[in-house]
Design a protein around this ligand. Sequence first.
Ligand code: NZQ
Ligand code: ZN
Length: 379
Amino acid sequence: MKDFVFYNPTQIVFGEGKTSEIGKYLQGKKCLFLYGSGSIKRNGIYERVVESLKKHDVKFVEKSGVKPNPVLSFVYEAIDTARKEQVDCILAVGGGSVIDTAKAVAAGFYYNGDVWDFFVDKAKITKALPIYVVLTLSATASEMNSGAVITNESTKQKFNIQAVSLFPKVSILDPTNTYTVPQNQVANGSVDAIVHLLEGYFTKSYPNTPIQDGFVETLVRTIIATTKKILENPKDYDARANFMWSATLALNGLTTAGIGNYEFPNHMMGHSLSALYDIAHGASLSIVFPAWLKYNESNISERLANFGKAVFNKTNSKDTITAFEEYFHEIGAPIRLKEVNIDKTDIDKIAENAVSLATKWHLKTYTKEVIAKILELAA
Ligand code: NZQ
Ligand code: ZN
């Protein structure tokens, strides 16, 4: 086991009906209540949240319209609103896009310069408004981590920030809130959570990590099994609950603590697909991940075979990669660029874009040429 510090201060309140408790945690506060394009109004979550806020005398100002692959221009607007209204916290009701927007606004609120400075490492986040979450879509684990990803529309960069002050204070995880998540978003979430687990699993520097390997294999098995159940029956409570908690644990620091150095190359490439073509994050990963496995197969063949044995009942690396592709296809996730209408003549442009994130993340081996070779395997 490698040395590590594990710190995760987010309070998780998990269970059916817990949405109605959100007001209790915000008593005496004035929040900026952020949400997306209106699914929470159609499925009743909005009403439950507002009722709870009123019951506990919480003041709030609403701002809706966060879009998937959330953008910097919206973050600027929301910072303005938060300042004008002098709020003292942010309530995010939604999936990763809403939570990430909340985090960027929380960090930008106290900063005199351009909030984008944090994303390009020109400034460090030292202070942020407290963030509270009612999760409506399981995928990113943003509800229990300190990261956020925002797209700068003018520079076409999808970049991240990370800071201890961005851990949500409280996140409500009510599995029934996810009953209305559409099938394609269930698939996106499934792929995202799986790739979160496997980036570390396949790139870690320390070999002997039985606890972390076991966590990852169990979580991936659970995600695959529950995804299939959810697609068959969207109101299967236990499937939604197990999927929800698995996705949260997939990127809350638990499975990477003690594995030594690790990298997130699939996210680096996937973010460029979303930045340039606005495709869903999960879809970007189901395209890039099998290609990345193929490119690296000779270096990780034993790991791939072990994983295949533990999760897919396969015995070699090739069959394990095929099993990933088959699973992604089965749940309706794309595995080739052409399935999302990206022509292979664009590969150079995508690689050029990805290299800037590779540089930010110190992924030294990922030159433009290497990235292009990986993407060729997804053409
Ligand atoms: O806009 P609304 O109405 O909310 O609809 C959303 C959106 O259209 C819909 N939705 C959410 N909950 C629903 C629902 N529809 C029906 N019923 C519900 N209960 O789903 C759509 C997608 O939502 P979004 O928040 O974009 O999805 P997700 O949670 O997958 O978030 C993706 C974003 O998070 C980033 C991604 O890059 C992407 O920008 N990530 C954040 C990470 C983090 N902070 O740790 C890590 C990840 O690797 C990822 O990069
Ligand atoms: Zn992800």
